[in-house]
Design a protein around this ligand. Structure first.
Ligand SMILES: CC[C@@H](C(=O)O)C(=O)SCCNC(=O)CCNC(=O)[C@H](O)C(C)(C)COP(=O)(O)OP(=O)(O)OC[C@H]1O[C@@H](n2cnc3c(N)ncnc32)[C@H](O)[C@@H]1OP(=O)(O)O
Ligand SMILES: [Co+2]
Length: 133
């Protein structure tokens, strides 16, 4: 694992949350992206060497909508950047973590991603990300 690539924050109102983080961080999001496969709208803010990813669910089945329904708004996941996602998935499986996808899938911001179940990681949803080269 290289660095914390982003922190994902679940929000109810995307435009209000973007305005708030703009005020908080003093920068505009450098990108917004709809990811249909996850049922989310995302926006990304650069902060130091990492990023904040705001996530809004666009349908009730989205992981973000379910999370907000159960637990309210807030930190949803931590994403770590990896050099070789397949190798890292194998390593984590070997260490007893529960992976939520068998194969890397396309995430936002030009990344391949894989999630680790929060129940196998002290209640924290972990995302592995590898840049698509
Ligand atoms: C935009 C793409 C990508 C990127 O490029 O960055 C993203 O970040 S997408 C982000 C959204 N996508 C995902 O989160 C995909 C992975 N998540 C899942 O597969 C599911 O959300 C889940 C983690 C398996 C939970 O789904 P499910 O079991 O259907 O939901 P429940 O509501 O029943 O939850 C079960 C249990 O887990 C707790 N939970 C759920 N989400 C989280 C979380 N983010 N962090 C910590 N705990 C979480 C939930 O509270 C339930 O616990 P109990 O109530 O104790 O049973
Ligand atoms: Co993410």
């Amino acid at each position: 694992m290289k660095n914390v690539e982003h922190i994902g924050i679940a929000v109810k109102n995307f435009s209000e949350a973007n305005a708030l983080y703009h005020k908080l961080l003093g920068v505009e999001p450098y990108k917004t992206e709809h990811v249909a496969s996850e049922g989310v709208n995302t926006s990304f803010f650069k902060v130091g060497g990492t990023k904040i990813e705001l996530l809004e669910g666009v349908n009730p089945e989205s992981a973000i909508s379910k999370f907000i329904e159960k637990r309210g708004e807030g930190i949803h996941h931590i994403a770590f950047e990896v050099e070789d996602i397949l190798a890292e998935m194998e390593r984590l499986k070997g260490e007893g973590f529960t992976l939520l996808n068998e194969q890397p899938k396309k995430g936002a911001d030009n990344k391949l991603v894989c999630f680790v179940h929060p129940k196998s990681a002290n209640g924290v949803l972990i995302e592995l990300t590898q840049e698509i080269r």
